[in-house]
Design a protein around this ligand. Structure first.
Ligand code: CMC
Length: 431
């Protein structure tokens, strides 16, 4: 990282401080404030990190105004159309597209690690049947550190690699079993002759009494959902993984922290919240009421599946996801499904409404992914777990990048303190 010749200057009182400027390969310049506190004794204030780069990275680039998303330089629409999830995993993890033999080796490595330690079955059985699958996933993934001791030493590159493959390989099994447990069906074990997406669909929908024939269009759509959610640079859950791992925590604990963060409705929980909202709207004639509520400053209601912190023109993932949604709905012949009809009418109404267009609020990836998953037969509670399966590779790639970085430090933000200054303790009888 080489700073520009001419630094930025910050004047505080009659003193001027030089702030080095770093030029990225793409995106806006970045002011380096690392020495600011030491030199000037001031902090910067940026809740929500809207103007703060927390790290340097070579994995993913987003230009929100132009609707660009690149993984290692490759546009997401090309990857979604020409590649597939495990190849994108390889790209994110190792930085280059694999040769045919590298891909074959990587795929067989992942496929041969999909089984869970059998003892984990008992761990699942400890949950209540009505537990949310995200609650189960957070617990089970965190517990992996108790099952796979030989891959928790973050200072050993081989162990880091083993943990990475284990997490990517086992996450579909973990999610599918969380679902099976919640519906009271026996766990379905992975099959090594199936591809990643088909294996996941089968583990969710087969039962011992009847196998599940995976339709290639559905498997392709599932693979696309995985691909489109694979990484998204320093979003909330990825930053959580990085912050957790900055203390030296083991990879399973860090990914469990990422899953917990992803669960929130402003992040990965949006696709579940979106479908629940569509069901609450219920019929097309009720759409105007909900649009008015979303526009009302005094009403906390927001149109779920609309808007994005970074994309302010369109979400490039949503464009591909919409195509997939059309394909899946046609294949399944569910165009008349009332939820899907509400979704289509709501999308049209919002895109024609100046409130949404002027604020650059467009459907995001979660608006369409929820529709596809609903049509495939997944309950809404499984939407966020599926996002977690997809994002695991992003979290791991960013985690690996961070651990290998010699500049890696424990994350420790500062604060603008507005509380009481020092005061004396008052005995209870005198309060
Ligand atoms: N419905 C109605 N109004 C909205 C919405 C919405 N979905 N999103 C933003 N606004 C309004 C907001 O009220 C504000 O208006 P004003 O300027 O008059 O105060 C303006 O648009 C800007 O909103 P913001 O909250 O400052 O924007 P943000 O960048 O902090 O929030 C967001 C981004 C995604 C949290 C937000 O758009 C939202 O809550 N959307 C619904 C939840 C959702 O779909 N989340 C999934 C994001 S994609 C998945 C992922 O990458 O994790």
């Amino acid at each position: 990282m080489v700073a520009k010749e001419k630094p930025a200057q910050l004047k505080i009182g009659n003193k001027t401080y030089d702030l080095p400027i770093h030029s990225p390969t793409a995106g806006p310049d970045v002011l380096d404030i690392r020495k600011l506190y030491g030199q000037a004794g001031v902090f910067t204030y940026d809740p929500g990190f809207t103007s703060t780069a927390s790290c340097d990275s070579t994995i993913t680039f987003i230009d929100g105004d132009e609707g660009v998303l690149l993984h290692r330089g490759y546009p997401i629409d090309q990857l979604a159309e020409k590649s597939h999830y495990l190849e994108v995993c390889y790209l994110l993890l190792y930085g280059t597209l694999p040769s045919a033999s590298e891909l074959e080796k990587f795929e067989s490595l992942v496929i041969s690690h999909t089984m869970l330690h059998e003892q984990m079955v008992y761990f699942y059985r400890g949950f209540r049947r009505d537990a949310h699958p995200m609650a189960i996933m957070t617990g089970v993934v965190g517990a992996m550190s108790a099952f796979y001791h030989d891959s928790t030493d973050i200072h050993d590159a081989h162990q880091r690699e083993v943990a990475s493959i284990r997490l990517i390989a086992k996450m579909p099994t973990i999610a599918a079993w969380a679902y099976k447990f919640s519906v009271g069906q026996p766990f379905i074990y992975p099959r090594n002759d199936l591809d990643y997406a088909s294996n996941f669909l089968r583990m969710c929908f087969a039962v011992p009494a009847e196998d599940y024939e995976v339709n290639p269009i559905l498997s392709r759509a599932m693979d696309r959902i995985f691909t489109l959610h694979a990484d998204h640079e320093q979003n909330a859950s990825t930053s959580t993984v990085r912050l957790a791992s900055s203390s030296g925590a083991n990879p399973f604990a860090c990914i469990a922290a990422g899953i917990a963060c992803l669960w929130g409705p402003a992040h990965g929980g949006a696709n579940q919240a979106c479908l629940e909202m569509l069901k609450e709207i219920g019929t097309v004639d009720r759409i105007p009421t909900f649009i008015s509520r979303a526009k009302d400053k005094n009403d906390p209601f927001r149109l779920m599946g609309f808007g994005h912190r970074v994309y302010k023109n369109f979400d490039p993932r949503a464009t591909v996801m919409k195509q997939s949604a059309d394909e899946v709905l046609e294949l399944l012949g569910v165009e008349n499904n009332p939820v899907l009809q509400v979704a289509k009418a709501l999308e049209k109404a919002a895109l024609e409404d100046p409130y949404f267009t002027s604020k650059k609020l467009f459907p995001n990836v979660d608006f369409y992914s929820g529709i596809i998953l609903e049509a495939m037969g997944f309950p809404t509670s499984m939407f966020t777990p599926i996002f977690a399966v997809s994002r695991t590779v992003g979290w791991i790639s960013q985690w690996k990048e961070m651990i290998a970085d010699p500049q890696n430090k424990i994350g420790r933000p500062r604060q603008l303190y507005l509380g009481n200054t020092s005061r004396n303790y008052v005995d209870i009888e005198n309060r």
